[in-house]
Design a protein around this ligand. Structure first.
Ligand code: AMP
Length: 575
């Protein structure tokens, strides 16, 4: 099947697809469309966003759906609202010439009453996030008795977001006779487990770049200790002028901290993470797509909803645990035939993690030196000329009368002056700054116990906080995010405790007493024995708390179904 016209899809679908400009099917479509059209087995497809997977599962199902029935036949579950809207939009496009087919998107963060109203129109297709689908099941607003096809899209992401129970409930609530198609970028243990329990004799397809690393991406790593990391990042940004990049962080708090640091230092940057409201996230994504900002600091999950082709760099501000996530993140650059650069910032004690990523992915990641002030100025000068040579047209009327008498200067002197003028601030900033490149990877740190390492990290954090408070204007962390109420003193972490990020904060009128109550409620199954509770930090938009390690799973299992003043609660282990 090299052309859509060679597939057995109906003329209505082919016409819609043709209008979208699809000519030949992508790899996943070539494998999936004939399978779904002709086979009754379940399917596991390893494929990432950007491979054309939405059309791969939708087109053959749309071809077989019964448009005379007004019952839900096709259910797609996906992790985020953005993806949900994207899939629903794609399906609307594919069904442009199928007037009797209706689809509805249902997702959290939006009026459930409106969604219940649109369900009254009896769509045959539902695209939803697991939490909202469960809500609607509980309200008896969904009849799943005629479901024929269930798609779990980005199953790995849904599981890592903690939707395991919801997925299992939905799979149980849908008829046994359905066909289940599981799409996932990675085959994590959880995905394997859920496939084993809920899929029958699945056919397996693997496409795209999971182990197929893009050759046009150059991978570099830089060693920087915790307290130098943001400064190292600044230098890397300054030495790559004209970049359009995503900086990946591990937690929401880290994402916000890095974005605040960049914004305070004058960069056109912003943060994208799950603690922002939907409207804020939409605005940030729009600004980035329009290039009103050229640096986006994001968590892996939040960045999923964003599809941009022209990224010059991907920065791993923190390394992911899963090597496949590293490949996935990096693959966001080097698209559409362009070259890309993937930059990793590595703490000295992370050599083992880096080695693991290198050995699993077979990617060559070369060590580079954090640029000095001199390197940065050179790169900036080159950037200015690169921009100058890109100017091919006049944007305003220019005539010699606009230029004062410059006959006292040679051409070289004028260029020199212009560059000095243009780069003055940067040059002053880097004058006499310390070289950050002397730090080396150390296996010694790796071999130390986790406890010592944690203490070291906390010590570094303490120093970093102190430094942020320094008198220098350019380093003055104006936001109090991340400092907590411990007065900036380094604190040793108790290895019997687990620290959690919690999505509510002062803005939600959360008090320490509330957190204590929430923890007690979420960990009350061991009868009268209560979880030991450690430090609680309530920040503006979110909080942190520590509890006894043995209660971790119980807390995580319960908290996502609890509410505080009507708001959903989310906790995740903080590192
Ligand atoms: P997806 O992986 O489903 O997110 O799709 C990635 C992008 O590829 C979307 O913008 C689709 O509209 C587009 N796309 C999907 N299939 C094709 C195709 N066969 N030819 C051209 N573009 C496609």
């Amino acid at each position: 099947m090299n052309l859509f016209t060679e597939s057995n899809l109906s003329p209505d679908i082919l016409k819609a697809v043709g209008e979208l400009g699809y000519e030949s099917p992508t790899e996943i479509q070539k494998q999936t469309i004939p399978f779904i059209l002709s086979d009754i087995r379940d399917l596991i497809a390893l494929a990432q966003t950007g491979t054309g997977k939405t059309a791969a599962f939708s087109l053959p199902i749309l071809d077989m759906i019964d448009d005379t029935s007004r019952k839900i036949q096709f259910l797609v579950l996906c992790p985020t609202r953005e993806l949900c809207l994207q899939i629903a939009k794609d399906i609307k496009n594919y069904t442009k010439y199928m007037p009797n087919i209706k689809s509805t998107a249902v997702y959290g963060g939006s009026s459930i009453m409106d969604q219940m109203r649109s369900l009254k129109e009896k769509p045959q297709i539902i695209v939803g996030t697991p939490g909202r689908v469960i809500d609607l099941i509980n309200r008896k607003a969904l009849d799943f008795s005629a479901i024929h096809w269930l798609v779990l899209d980005e199953a790995d992401e849904m599981l890592s977001m903690g939707f395991k129970d919801e997925l299992e409930t939905i799979m149980r609530e849908t008829p046994e006779t359905k066909q289940t198609f599981l799409f996932s970028a990675t085959m994590s243990k959880e995905v394997e487990r859920i496939s084993k329990n809920y899929l029958t004799n699945p056919h397996r397809i693997s496409v795209g770049s999971i182990n197929e690393v893009k050759k046009n991406i150059k991978h570099e790593y830089y060693v920087a200790g915790y307290r130098n990391k943001k400064e190292a990042l600044k230098r890397l940004i300054d030495s790559n002028p004209n970049q359009y990049s995503i900086i990946f962080c591990r937690t929401r708090m880290e994402t916000q901290e890095v974005a605040d640091f960049l914004m305070q230092n004058g960069y056109a940057a912003d943060a994208l993470h799950g603690d922002l409201s939907q409207a804020q996230r939409d605005t940030v994504m729009k600004k980035f797509r329009l290039k009103n900002i050229d640096i986006l600091v994001a968590t892996d999950v939040a960045a999923r909803g964003l599809d941009v082709d022209s990224l010059t760099h991907v920065v791993h501000f923190s390394l992911p645990d899963d090597p496949e996530v590293f490949v996935h993140r990096s693959g966001r650059t080097g698209r559409a035939g362009k070259d890309g650069i993937s930059i990793s910032l590595i703490k000295p004690e992370e050599s083992r993690k880096l080695k693991q990523i290198k050995s699993v992915t077979k990617i060559e990641i070369t060590e580079s030196r954090i640029p000095t002030g001199e390197d940065i100025i050179k790169a900036q000068v080159a950037g200015v000329f690169e921009n100058l040579l890109e100017v091919h047209e006049d944007y305003f009327d220019f005539n010699d009368s606009l230029i004062p008498d410059l006959s006292a200067f040679t051409k070289e002197e004028l260029v020199h002056k212009l560059l000095q003028f243009q780069l003055k601030d940067l040059a002053l900033y880097y004058k006499d700054r310390q070289d950050l490149s002397e730090q080396k990877m150390s296996n010694r740190d790796d071999d130390r116990g986790g406890r010592d390492r944690d203490r070291g990290r906390d010590r570094d954090r303490g120093r970093d906080r102190d430094r942020d408070r320094g008198p220098r204007g350019d380093r003055d962390g104006r936001s109090d995010r991340g400092r907590g109420d411990r007065g900036g003193k380094p604190r040793q972490r108790d290895e019997n405790m687990t620290r959690f990020f919690f999505n509510l904060g002062k803005k939600d009128q959360l008090k320490k007493l509330d957190v204590l109550e929430i923890i007690n409620k979420a960990t009350s199954s061991k009868g009268s024995k209560r979880a030991e509770i450690g430090n609680i930090e309530i920040l503006e938009k979110f909080s942190f708390f520590e509890i006894e390690k043995s209660y971790k799973n119980e807390l995580l299992g319960n908290i996502s179904s609890m509410k505080f003043k009507g708001k959903d609660m989310r906790a995740e282990e903080a590192n």
